[in-house]
Design a protein around this ligand. Structure first.
Ligand SMILES: CC(C)(COP(=O)(O)OP(=O)(O)OC[C@H]1O[C@@H](n2cnc3c(N)ncnc32)[C@H](O)[C@@H]1OP(=O)(O)O)[C@@H](O)C(=O)NCCC(=O)NCCS
Length: 226
């Protein structure tokens, strides 16, 4: 198996990548994401139908990014992105009826901020699901997928990229890429209410919403680095 950055090709995902993407999520996201582990939500079924609908939405958006091993053709990582309906997202933050716990946590994070209204932006790119195949961990793929997603967002005219980081590694990656924290939630404060076993979370128990404004000079690729 190869895995150095030069052996990996990055590409825009499409609806035809649905089966491989869901398999990657089932095998390498659900079982390893700290929040999924802490609530025992470790298979696609426990997320419910909405998650599958959202994956399809991301693949149809044209701004989701995949990483493929050139030699083995393994799908080594994905960053599934889409443009949320901001009114709908706001409505969702007011209800917790049928949503699974991960969605409820994300809604609580969004409810803690009115940043999009304050920035007066309407084209927001949500970096919805970041996942790297376990065999490719720690080789910079997660970081590269965030970078490529931001580039795709800039190319497509999005004003802001946002991420709900349920893994402190993602928060670290995004901070390095110029994201700033706009909302955070310490899971220990809602553990009983949500049925979250925070002892299963290694390290930081805070989940964070981060954003990056894309229409500033800072977001443009550095011509020196290409
Ligand atoms: C989070 C995830 C996408 C990171 O992917 P990755 O390709 O390993 O990330 P990178 O190689 O770009 O690493 C970024 C940084 O995190 C560090 N890192 C990676 N895996 C780590 C781990 N298991 N523990 C601690 N640090 C880790 C890297 O060392 C690197 O830091 P450094 O530059 O200071 O060395 C991957 O671990 C994953 O898919 N996890 C399960 C699903 C999940 O939780 N997704 C995120 C939801 S918000």
């Amino acid at each position: 198996m190869s895995g150095d950055a030069r052996d990996i090709m990055f590409f825009r995902l499409s609806p035809s990548d649905y089966d491989q993407s869901t398999r990657l999520i089932a095998d390498h996201f659900m079982r390893r994401n700290p929040l999924c582990r802490a609530i025992g939500q470790m298979d696609l079924e426990s997320y419910g139908e909405q998650f599958l609908v959202d994956i399809k939405k991301c693949l149809a958006s044209g701004v989701s990014v995949g990483a493929r091993d050139r030699a083995s053709q393994t799908l080594a990582g994905i960053c599934l992105n889409f443009s949320p309906d901001l009114d709908e997202a706001h409505d969702m933050s007011n209800s917790d009826s049928d949503m699974c716990v991960v969605y409820r946590v994300m809604a609580m994070l969004s409810a803690g901020t009115r940043v999009f209204q304050e920035l007066k932006v309407h084209r927001v790119l949500d970096l919805f699901t970041l996942c790297v195949h376990q065999d490719y961990d720690g080789r910079g793929l997660g970081s590269k997928l965030i970078e490529k997603s931001v580039e795709a967002g800039v190319e497509e005219g999005y004003q802001v990229a946002s991420v709900h980081a349920t893994n402190s590694i993602t928060a670290k990656i995004c901070t390095r890429h110029g994201f700033r924290i706009v909302s955070s939630l310490d899971l220990t404060t809602v553990a009983d209410q949500m049925g979250i076993d925070t002892d299963l979370i290694p390290g930081d128990t805070e989940v964070k919403m981060l954003i990056k404004e894309l229409d500033s000079e800072n977001s443009k690729p550095d011509p020196q680095s290409s």
